[in-house]
Design a protein around this ligand. Structure first.
Ligand code: SF4
Ligand code: SF4
Length: 230
C-alpha cells in the first residue's frame, strides 16, 4: 500500500452526520473532529464574506443610518429649547417651598409645632418660636435651607395644618448661597406668587394626605381622626 493512500484515507469516525450541530462555544468538541470543522467553516465563510463585502462597497450601513436620521427630520421635535421654551411643571410637582397664608388675616398658617422639622430627613428646616401676649406660640423665624433639601415632601405630609407646600417653581439657580436660604417672608411670598387661589386648593385636594377634613377640631391643636375612605 502506498504511503499517500495511508495519509489521505479518512477514518470512519471523521464523517460528519448531516444533522450534527455546530458547537456554539470553542470549548465544545466538534462532531467529526478538526477536519469536519474546517469543512463547515469553508461552507459558511464565503457567504458571510460576500455579504460583508457587498455591504461595504455599497455603503449599506451608512445609508441605513442616514435614512433613520432623515426620518426624524419630518417628526415633531421633543427637545425643549430651554430657557427660551419654558416647561410648565405639572400639578403636584415638588419645587420651591412656600408657607401658606390664611386668606382673611394674611398671616402664616404655621403654628410652629415643629413636626415638619422633626420629619425632615436632611434637617434643613429651622423654626424659632416665642410666646405671644395671650400665651400662644409665635413663629418668629421659619427657615428652609434648600441646598440641603431632598424635595421628598415629608414636611408637607407631616404638617397637621397644611401650612407648608412645595410649589411648581423650579427656576431659582443662583451663584449666591444666601439666596437658597428661604426665610419666612420669602416663603410666604412664594405662596402669593405660585400657589394662590384655586392652585393651592387643587394641590391640597389632589396631592397631599391627610387633608384638613381628616383633623378635628380645625384651628388650635389638630387631632388626626383617620383618613376617610369614602
Ligand atoms: S422636602 Fe423633605 S428634605 Fe425638603 S424640607 Fe421637606 S422634609 Fe426636608
Ligand atoms: S408642621 Fe406645619 S404647622 Fe408645624 S411647624 Fe411645620 S409648617 Fe408649621
Amino acid at each position: 500500500m502506498a504511503v499517500d493512500d495511508i495519509e489521505t484515507k479518512e477514518p470512519e469516525t471523521a464523517a460528519v452526520p448531516k444533522t450534527a450541530a455546530v458547537p456554539k462555544t470553542a470549548a465544545e468538541p466538534m462532531p467529526g473532529g478538526k477536519r469536519a470543522y474546517l469543512k463547515v467553516m469553508s461552507k459558511a465563510a464565503p457567504d458571510s464574506m460576500i455579504k460583508g463585502f457587498l455591504k461595504r462597497i455599497f455603503f449599506v450601513e451608512i445609508l441605513q443610518g442616514m435614512a433613520l436620521t432623515m426620518s426624524y427630520m419630518f417628526k415633531k421635535p421633543v427637545t425643549k429649547q430651554y430657557p427660551k421654551e419654558k416647561r410648565v411643571s405639572l400639578p403636584g410637582f415638588r419645587g420651591m417651598h412656600a408657607l401658606v397664608r390664611k386668606p382673611l388675616t394674611r398671616r402664616a398658617r404655621c403654628v410652629g409645632c415643629g413636626l415638619c422639622a422633626a420629619m425632615c430627613p436632611s434637617k434643613c428646616i429651622t423654626i424659632y418660636t416665642s410666646e405671644g401676649k395671650t400665651h400662644e406660640k409665635v413663629v418668629d423665624r421659619y427657615e428652609v435651607e434648600t441646598l440641603r433639601c431632598l424635595f421628598c415632601g415629608l414636611c408637607v405630609e407631616a404638617c397637621p395644618f397644611q401650612a407648608i407646600v412645595l410649589t411648581g417653581h423650579f427656576e431659582y439657580a443662583s451663584a449666591s448661597k444666601e439666596s437658597f436660604l428661604l426665610t419666612k417672608d420669602k416663603l410666604m411670598d412664594n405662596w402669593d406668587k405660585y400657589m394662590t387661589h384655586e392652585k393651592g386648593k387643587h394641590y391640597f385636594k389632589n396631592f397631599w394626605a391627610p387633608r384638613n377634613d381628616h383633623f378635628s377640631p380645625q384651628g388650635e391643636q389638630a387631632v388626626f381622626k383617620g383618613k376617610r375612605t369614602s
